[in-house]
Write a protein that binds this ligand. Structure first.
Ligand SMILES: [Zn+2]
Length: 348
């Protein structure tokens, strides 16, 4: 075989092989190519230069093919972020876990859930998207009720079966109807319905030191026979004294909510200064803090869940968790919670 035939044969062979390789650069390490190079010194001097040039040309041709392939792969390969994690891929770099900590709000939600569960309440979760029936109708806010305007929140483009937009719940009371239905059988066996819902809620607020668009509430529902407002006040007082680990005075003033009758605004004596410090930042020197809304569950709310209000009565309350925690630690700005500032978070 003449040297030029030999190169032509090897080239055809290499090009055919190239197509089958998954790692294209392997072609540059192939046995055929190495053999061609090893032939060069064995040739007669007059053949050597021409043959050497042809071998180099073939080698360069293959290199160019490999290079263009890798550029094409780099340009085309996109990342599928939904693909399952490839266990053979290098592990992503993570911060050491000892630098992490539980967020103060989550820690306090665990704490208050633990207190309520010792008091006999079950813990339920809310939803982050709900329908207007559970937000309003089931809570005695008929369509067009002016009090709906007090619960300005975010809505989705998608609608419920009535054609109303779905909403990000503005209170955890959206769970009342579901809880009453879920635990109704307790009443038949002579037990109470007792549940709390600590979860996230949303409002279309102008954000400032006291207002956030996303915050936490703990909803409480208690239904049994002969429940009265004194039990509501005692339950809340007991809970708050456990939470703040001190004796507190409480005060109720009449208020209005469509889903409770009567309704109250519940205030407690300042857990920080006890009303002793006129310069107290927590209570502004007033000694009292309006903390939460509560009341006796409206008969229409019980009826909406199939409970006879002539036999069973109950109370409900809704308390801002962020507010509770801010008072506990004298946190002056609610925006710290979502700021992800380490100098804030490291204090807990
Ligand atoms: Zn105070």
């Amino acid at each position: 075989m003449s040297p030029s035939d030999r190169i032509a044969t090897a080239r055809a062979e290499l090009l055919k092989r190239y197509e089958t390789l998954s790692n294209k650069s392997d072609i540059l390490k192939s046995r055929e190519l190495k053999e061609l190079f090893s032939v060069i010194p064995t040739l007669e001097p007059h053949e050597r230069a021409g043959f050497g040039q042809s071998v180099n040309a073939l080698s360069n041709e293959l290199k160019a093919m490999v290079d263009s392939e890798s550029v094409a792969v780099k340009e085309l390969r996109s990342i599928d972020v939904t693909a399952p994690f490839d266990s053979n891929a290098p592990k992503p770099e993570l911060l050491p876990s000892e630098q992490g900590s539980i967020h103060p709000l989550m820690a306090e939600i665990s704490r208050l859930s633990e207190i309520f569960s010792r008091m006999g309440f079950v813990i339920e979760q809310s939803r982050e998207i709900d329908d207007q029936y559970h937000m309003f109708e089931a809570l005695n806010f008929p369509k067009g009720h002016p009090a709906r305007d007090d619960y300005d929140t975010f809505m989705t483009v998608e609608t419920d079966s009535d054609g109303s937009p779905l909403i990000a719940p503005a209170h955890t009371s959206t769970m009342q109807n579901r809880i009453l239905k879920k635990y109704k059988s307790n009443l038949e066996s002579g037990d109470a319905i007792a549940a709390v819902v600590p979860d996230r809620v949303f409002r279309n607020e102008d954000v400032d030191a006291r207002h956030e668009h996303t915050f936490y509430q703990v909803e409480g529902v208690y239904v049994a026979e002969n429940v009265h407002a004194g039990m509501l006040i005692a339950t809340l007082q007991k809970f708050l004294e456990e939470y703040y680990e001190r004796t507190l005075n409480v005060r109720v003033n009449p208020f209005y909510f469509p889903f409770t009758e009567p309704s109250f605004e519940f205030a407690l004596s300042c857990p920080f200064c006890g009303g002793e410090d006129p310069a107290c930042k927590v209570c502004s020197g007033e000694g009292w803090i309006e903390l939460l809304g509560c009341g006796m569950i409206h008969p229409n709310v019980l009826k909406a869940a199939g409970i006879d209000p002539n036999v069973h009565t109950g109370f409900a309350f809704g308390c801002g968790v962020d507010r509770l925690v801010m008072m506990k630690y004298a946190i002056e700005d609610v925006r710290h919670f979502h700021s992800a500032k380490l100098d804030f978070l490291k204090q807990f």
